[in-house]
Write a protein that binds this ligand. Structure first.
Ligand code: ZN
Length: 423
């Protein structure tokens, strides 16, 4: 089944904008991209979806979410620093149950789609988001989160993680979702647990994501084995005093073998110049979540510098436990305000192909390129000469009117305004 999508602008990302452009989709893949007149002639039999007043572009890639926490919007303390936020989150999570998580994930998936996100780097901790993401048709990597601050339980937790990863792989088979592994952070896992995870059969086949260099407190914890994360979080839990590693979080991750092309460092807000070089040298990707960093009073990451040295970068909203929306357009506005020196094209790339690179999916998605899977969105755009700049200045959730993943339409706000994220 072939289908032609056309719009006043097509933004392939891998090449310059195409005025009066079109996209030919066949069997879930992009067959051709170019001027509408040429594609219309080449595919005279294909039905056409026209998006007047809009632009077609690759679906957005939100590289870091915790959809299971969507129901916590506005309930945790913000602007008081990292520790009060973490303590409140742990306390709230004690009372959350399955129905709450289900509603939470549904809310999150709806919000992603409405904003034109077609691919997500999701961290699951309750195990609820995988089934619903599979049903949603969205693409992405689902990282199984592992926590374990008690060194005595390392082997048992790693064994449980192995079973969970195998189960997740079975669940996701045949879907556009793949399995990843996320040791949560350096203060919530021990060196023994991280080593045990690395010894699991199958390790290396899972993309990895880890929260690291997020707060000053974390840096002190790793370097000195002291500070609020020890005094306020782990000591009251009865955990043994951690090692002083004498180096920062990213240096420790490198020493433990975690940095590399298959790993995403989430946040890197405390990255120092040596860390920027370390991320570039090891080809490690970074998920930048500037609004979350601002809410917790820790950021932002040195995004411009990371971009300049060629580190793979994507934007992530993080969860509604720390930010007010899951719209990447909102994240983009916040990031642009912090780093106005980056050009529109760099931001558009970060939202799409860059995000796909972060998640290890750039061979399949991220740009409108023949042969790639047909993940694309349509966004209403004012008339003007520079569509990339116009998009970055004006696009919002309200402007997104269509989303497709692998040729399957997940959102069509033109046809049914009342059911914008119906399947
Ligand atoms: Zn996170």
């Amino acid at each position: 089944m072939r289908r032609l999508l056309s719009a006043p602008w097509v933004l392939p990302v891998a090449g310059p904008p195409i005025p009066d452009g079109a996209l030919l989709v066949a069997d879930g893949r992009i067959e051709a991209v170019g001027p509408r007149s040429a594609l219309r002639d080449a595919a005279a039999d294909a039905p056409e979806d026209a998006f007047p007043g809009g632009a077609l572009l690759p679906g957005l890639v939100n590289v870091h979410t915790h959809l299971e926490l969507s129901g916590l919007r506005g309930t945790l303390p913000q602007g008081q620093g990292f520790l009060p936020w973490v303590l409140a989150l742990i306390e709230r999570k004690r009372s959350l149950e399955a129905p709450w998580y289900l509603a939470s994930v549904q809310e999150g998936i709806g919000a992603l789609l409405r904003a034109g996100t077609t691919c997500v780097g999701e961290v699951t901790s309750a195990g609820v988001s995988p089934t619903l993401l599979r049903e949603s048709g969205l693409r992405g990597v689902i990282y199984w989160e592992v926590l374990g601050p008690d060194p005595a339980t390392a082997a048992a937790i790693a064994a449980k993680a192995a079973a969970a990863l195998a189960e997740l792989a079975t669940l996701l088979r045949g879907s556009p979702l793949i399995v990843g592994l996320s040791p949560h952070a350096l203060y919530s896992t021990t060196p023994a647990l991280r080593a045990a995870l690395r010894r699991l059969r199958g390790f290396g086949s899972w993309p990895a994501a880890i929260h690291a260099a997020e707060s000053r407190e974390e840096v002190d914890f790793v370097r000195e084995g002291v500070g609020p994360l020890w005094e306020g979080l782990l000591k009251p839990m009865g955990m043994p005093q951690p090692n002083a590693h004498g180096v920062g979080p990213l240096a420790l991750l490198e020493a433990e073998g975690w940095l590399g092309p298959g790993t995403v460092v989430i946040h890197a807000a405390q990255a120092e110049p040596a860390d920027v070089a370390r991320l570039a040298r090891t080809k490690t990707a970074v998920a930048c979540c500037p609004r979350s960093n601002a809410a917790l009073g820790v950021g932002p990451p040195p995004l411009s510098t990371l971009h300049r040295v060629g580190v793979r970068l994507g934007l992530g909203t993080d969860s509604l436990a720390s930010v007010p929306s899951l719209s990447l357009w909102d994240e983009l506005r916040a990031a642009c305000a912090l780093f106005p020196e980056l050009p529109a094209r760099a931001w558009l790339r970060m939202l799409t192909l860059g995000g796909a690179e972060v998640l290890g999916l750039a061979d399949r998605i991220g740009s409108l390129t023949p042969g790639k899977e047909a993940d694309c969105i349509a966004v209403r755009l004012p008339e003007g000469e520079d569509p990339e700049r116009l998009l970055l200045e004006t696009a919002s959730e309200e402007a997104v009117c269509f989303a497709m993943v692998g040729g399957r339409v997940l959102l069509d706000a033109r046809a049914a305004a009342g059911d914008r994220h119906g399947r």
